[in-house]
Design a protein around this ligand. Structure first.
Ligand code: ATP
Ligand code: MG
Length: 598
């Protein structure tokens, strides 16, 4: 069923269960009467404002404790993408309710990553960039309200007793002896907690729900704990901090979020999410109708780990060169590797969202990348494992050993308007070592004694042999030019050849460092077995070679992407490539074809 909204807003996107929920809410006007006070706030603040100009509100709520990875990219594309497609707004929210040191580096990195992916949080003349720690006052007030309404109590059991009394799947929980305390006593004890009169771990505030609930998360979950710790934003104002499960629904409600999207492991938390917001709505504290939580499967990508903590370990222990190492699945790593925002968005669209956990094959990401780069990337010739080819009759055939023959090739074969690249053919060229065989295996069409091949964009040559050093290693491949066969000249096709060799002139070729990256882990599902995931690292994930590239690449700008003919896609390294200063550095982005798992 194609609804009018869906077909108008998202002609190309396949539908999914989240889009269906949103379309239904828009059709039914679920949130149409809600007001928005211009900033996050309680019910009174929102009611005082006009009707919410945003049809839906979603949010992306990272904890600023590391760099974002490809799993976060899925969440970003989803949340910002849905807001864009349905005339909504996506809030950028730092979930900084833990009193841990917030590193500015991570905050900046996260904002950069979201921008780079193509999204922003400015809409309707406002910046929707928020910090969850900005809501501590409200969270405290809401906690006192819950106590006053008989929905929360201070529990002073030991953590061990609390755990034992929670029960398990087969055993209902046991009420805490503090569960029946009076409201006044609870209020007093909670204020004692707030005022620093109690030690860490000696008391918690718990929601009073149902100790026999089949959902263990509903057995009086903890909502506040004592932690005498400084907070980066609120300093030492607080020594009690809200639990995530309490904080998150409140953050959503204060921000007028309509659809709160999270990963499947939060499914069992949804009843508490609703319970809490229903109680706060009863008390007139939060705007209604309140946000709803929807769960989708997190991204698991083969050969990749997506845990900030473990990625940090790879960085801290020097297994990679940093968060932006081109082998890292971080957004900065993917960017430096040569991924484009469009490729990542395409990937996110293709994998879609589902309700079932699964592993996505790494090739899906690479295919999206090739699909994006193929029409964009300029072509170039590069020789990654060079050996010299000497055309022994060059002087005779071309009128002098030093003569250089200008050749050209299209920047892009399907876009003639992008012009031509120019380079010189001469007596000495660099070719791939693997393009020559002294004794050719069956089906080998490239260089071997007696065989004719075409130098791409140049003449046909006939191989005459090779020279070798004492160890038998080939030092030069020898050939003779066949006159009047230059590509693009009349009669060039008179001689038919099966092999087409890419090359770079010794005279005008540019020496370059090329970093050949491979998968960081050598097993398809790292970190899922008994084994330490560090033992699953691929020892051959980086190989650095000295290559020769055609002169057009000497002018490549950092981050510029190319297709090296026959080899795949390469990018001028953002950090180390210094255009025009004699040290070109290219990263292999991906091969021309899928070789993963093959
Ligand atoms: P990590 O365990 O790597 O720290 P996290 O889920 O704790 O990940 P947050 O900073 O809390 O990281 O995540 C911000 C948002 O990104 C959350 O809404 C979360 O659901 C989403 N997210 C994180 N990892 C993935 C993933 N692999 N696939 C999809 N969404 C993800
Ligand atoms: Mg987290």
């Amino acid at each position: 069923m194609a609804s009018p909204i869906d077909s108008k807003e998202t002609p190309a996107k396949p539908s999914n269960f989240l889009r269906q929920v949103i379309v239904r809410d828009l059709e039914e006007g679920t949130y149409a009467q809600r007001h928005w006070g211009g900033t996050p706030g309680d019910a009174a603040h929102q009611h005082a404002g006009p009707l919410d100009p945003a049809k839906i509100r979603t949010r992306f709520p990272p904890e600023p404790n590391g760099y974002l990875h490809v799993g976060h990219a899925k969440s970003i594309c989803l949340n910002f993408g849905l807001a864009r497609d349905y005339e909504g707004v996506c809030h950028m929210r730092f979930d900084d309710t833990n009193p841990e040191k917030e590193e500015q580096e991570y905050v900046d990195g996260i904002l950069d990553a979201v921008h780079w992916l193509g999204y922003g949080w400015d809409a309707n003349g406002t910046s929707h960039l928020y910090h969850a720690s900005g809501y501590f006052d409200f969270m405290y007030r809401a906690a006192e309200y819950l106590i006053e309404a008989g929905h929360a109590y201070v529990d002073e059991q030991t953590p061990e007793a609390m755990r034992a009394n929670r029960g398990d799947f087969s055993k209902p929980g046991v009420d805490s002896p503090h569960r029946s305390r009076s409201i006044d006593e609870n209020l007093q004890r909670f204020r004692d907690m707030r005022d620093g009169k109690l030690a860490d771990g000696s008391a918690v505030l718990r929601a009073k729900i149902d100790m026999a609930s089949p959902n263990i998360n509903m057995r009086d979950p903890t909502i506040y704990r004592i932690k005498h710790a400084e907070h980066h934003a609120t300093g030492d104002k607080w020594c009690i901090y809200p639990m995530y499960t309490y904080a998150h629904p409140i953050e959503d409600a204060l921000e007028n979020i309509t659809h709160s999207l999270c990963t499947l492991e939060f499914e069992d938390q949804r009843p508490f999410y609703d319970w809490l917001l229903d109680r706060l709505a009863e008390g007139g504290l939060v705007n209604t109708p309140h946000p709803r939580q929807y769960e989708f499967a997190r991204l698991n990508l083969t050969y990749v780990i997506t845990s900030k903590r473990k990625l940090k370990q790879l960085v801290d222990q020097g297994h990679v060169s940093g968060w932006d190492d081109p082998r890292m699945p971080t957004i900065v790593g993917l960017r430096r590797r040569g991924f484009t925002p469009e490729a990542i968005q395409l990937f996110a669209d293709r994998i879609g969202v589902s309700k079932a956990d699964s592993w996505i094959d790494y090739s899906t990401l690479e295919i999206a990348l090739r699909d994006d780069l193929d029409p964009k990337a300029a072509r170039a010739m590069a020789v990654l494992d060079p050996v010299k080819l000497v055309i022994t009759n060059w002087g005779e055939a071309m009128g002098g050993d030093d003569f250089l023959d200008p050749c050209s090739a299209p920047v892009h074969p399907h876009a003639p308007e992008r012009g031509k690249r120019e380079f010189m053919c001469g007596r000495e060229l660099w070719i791939e070592r693997s393009d020559y065989e002294e004794t050719p295996p069956k089906g080998f069409f490239r260089l071997f004694p007696g065989n004719k091949v075409r130098l791409k964009y140049g003449h046909v040559i006939e191989c005459t042999g090779s020279t070798q050093d004492a160890s038998g290693r080939i030092t030069e491949v020898l050939a003779k030019l066949v006159p009047d066969t230059k590509s693009g000249t009349p009669g060039a096709d008179a001689i038919k050849v099966k092999g087409n060799i890419s090359w770079v002139g010794v005279a005008d070729g540019v020496k370059a460092e090329v970093r050949l990256y491979d998968r960081l882990f050598s097993v398809p599902q790292p970190d899922t077995s008994e084994k330490d995931y560090l033992e699953e690292l691929n020892p051959h994930s980086l190989k650095v070679v000295t290559a020769y590239v055609e002169p057009s690449l000497g002018k490549a700008l950092g981050d510029e992407k190319f297709q090296f003919e026959r080899h795949g896609y390469f990018v001028a390294d953002r950090k180390d490539h210094t255009p025009g200063q004699g040290k070109p550095v290219f990263n292999r982005v991906t091969g021309l074809k899928d070789t993963y798992g093959k």
